[in-house]
Design a protein. Structure first.
Length: 343
């Protein structure tokens, strides 16, 4: 898990594994977004209920990629956890992870001061305990499908992508406990403390810093690991709401404190750009993208009440209006993934 990613990068072209020329490679890509992941979870629950015929979501996708909250869902799907149980994670554990804003003025001021000057906004222990309860001792190797989960490693500022052992080059990540992968990818800066590994001095933070929408990470992995062409790939990409973000003119021209909001702008740009690149590479007809839009996209990633007031109903509406496009991803079961270092 805590290896020097840059030093261990390949110096040669990766060997591409054979893939049938007449077979589609189906990717499910799930964005980050905190409690807004309830939209993703509910949409997938409806898919499993309507098209699954008693089989888990992982049976229908050759690869599942997820960042932050999307990474938690991806790992759960890989382990065969039902979408009903995943939605209960957001409903039950989500309330503890994302507590309501204090009603008393002094409590609200104290929380704001703590967030701005003293530390993260939320208590990471609640998320960590919830992940341990849900994933137990299961390892990444136990995923039934290929998994790709972006994270960001400090203090050397290295990109990290956790992967199952579906290629001979992927030797280490499969031994990592799932809860640690989930904790690493979901440590959103300013909201949650990074995931620390004391022995190595490494700290993981949210993969959303560079790949909040993991679709291109998944595409690069698929195209370099398999003898595929872009017209063999189909993607179902689910976002959590990505409204255009603006920095006020004084902020753009200001100093360090004024630029504290730039991370939001960066996440918007990476999310939007990844979708555009995927559609350019595959063609719009091969990339189905669903996400909250308009006012529903403005829900904050830690606003439990607003997320549950708006997003489950929106997921149902979006499912109904896109049912035909979604259904093709569930037309056939995929073949089992490769396991180079796990049984």
């Amino acid at each position: 898990m805590f290896t020097d990613r840059r030093a261990n990068s390949l110096q040669t072209t990766r060997r591409r594994q054979p893939w049938p020329k007449d077979q589609t490679f189906k990717i499910l890509a799930l964005d980050g977004g905190g409690i807004k992941g309830v939209y993703t979870a509910e949409l997938l629950r409806l898919c499993e209920e309507e098209f699954g015929h008693g089989k888990p979501i992982s049976d229908f996708f050759d690869m599942i990629a997820g960042t932050s909250t999307g990474g938690i869902i991806a790992l759960g799907l890989g382990l065969g956890i039902s979408t009903a149980d995943i939605t209960s994670f957001y409903c039950d554990d989500g309330r503890k992870i994302f507590p309501p804003v204090p009603t008393r003025l002094w409590s609200r001021v104290r929380k704001w001061v703590r967030w701005r000057f003293l530390g993260p906004k939320l208590a990471h222990e609640e998320l960590e305990n919830a992940l341990k309860r849900r994933f137990g001792d299961h390892l990444l190797a136990e995923s039934a499908t290929r998994i790709v989960v972006p994270a960001f490693m400090m203090p050397k500022t290295e990109i990290a992508v956790f992967k199952t052992d579906h290629h001979e080059d992927f030797r280490n990540d499969h031994r990592t406990p799932m809860w640690q992968v989930a904790r690493s990818t979901s440590a959103a800066p300013t909201y949650l403390k990074g995931h620390e590994h004391e022995e190595s001095g490494r700290i993981f933070i949210d993969g959303g810093v560079w790949a909040n929408n993991p679709v291109m990470v998944a595409l690069v992995d698929a195209l370099t690991a398999y003898d595929l062409t872009p017209d063999q790939i189909e993607v179902l990409s689910i976002g959590t709401g990505n409204p255009p973000f603006e920095l006020r003119r004084p902020d753009v021209l200001g100093g360090l404190w004024a630029w504290r909001e730039v991370i939001k702008a960066a996440m918007f740009l990476t999310t939007d750009n990844a979708t555009a690149q995927a559609k350019l590479l595959l063609g719009p007809e091969r990339c189905v993208r669903l996400e909250p839009t308009g006012e529903d996209a403005l829900v904050e990633m830690d606003d439990y009440a607003a997320a549950y007031a708006r997003l489950p109903g929106l997921a149902k509406r979006d499912f109904q209006s896109n049912k035909e496009a979604i259904s093709r991803f569930f037309a056939a079961i995929v073949r089992p993934r490769e396991r180079y270092y796990s049984s």
